[in-house]
Design a protein around this ligand. Structure first.
Ligand code: DQA
Length: 153
């Protein structure tokens, strides 16, 4: 039992997963993804708290409230990735490790998606592996938090 808590945070339009541009984002729903992350984390005694909002201010509130309760944040900021200085400031304000995840490879898409305002204040970013990006992001956060190790030291 690691006793660690992780906030799984999803930004705008991700509540539409499954129906939204399935050729790009896949057919899994947000609920499917949440369940997959929760199940995987359970194996390591890590508790996941999942939240989604279409509103920037609500996402900021979730980040601020995680201080003192969460050990890290797994975050798909959706389109706010490319626009939100306010979310960047929120991440800096809590000084918690954040892993940014994207279903699509944002660097293989439109130019306006190829820049993240948030990545520089995150531990790192996983982009382009469909819903598996979330599991890979979780593994990265586990590594960062010392929940597990990879390979030989
Ligand atoms: C996304 C990529 C963003 O550019 C887009 O606005 C999304 C989804 C992804 O997971 O690939 O809403 O974050």
């Amino acid at each position: 039992m690691s006793g660690k808590n992780i906030l799984l945070l999803h930004g705008p339009n991700l509540n539409m997963l499954g129906k939204r541009e399935p050729g790009l984002y896949g057919t899994k729903t947000l609920k499917d993804i949440n369940m997959a992350v929760i199940d995987h984390a359970k194996e390591y005694g890590v508790k996941i708290y999942s939240r989604q909002s279409n509103h920037e201010g609500v996402l900021i509130d979730y980040i601020q409230k995680s201080k003192g309760y969460m050990h890290g944040i797994l975050f798909n900021p959706g389109a706010y990735t490319h626009t939100s200085i306010a979310l960047r400031d929120a991440i800096l304000s809590v000084s918690l490790p954040v892993v940014e995840v994207h279903l699509s490879n944002i660097y293989a898409r439109e130019e306006f998606r190829q820049h993240s305002l948030l990545a520089p204040v995150c531990v790192g970013q996983i982009s382009g592996f469909g819903w598996h990006s979330y599991l890979l992001g979780l593994e990265a956060l586990f590594l960062h938090l010392g929940v597990k190790t990879f390979g030989k030291n």
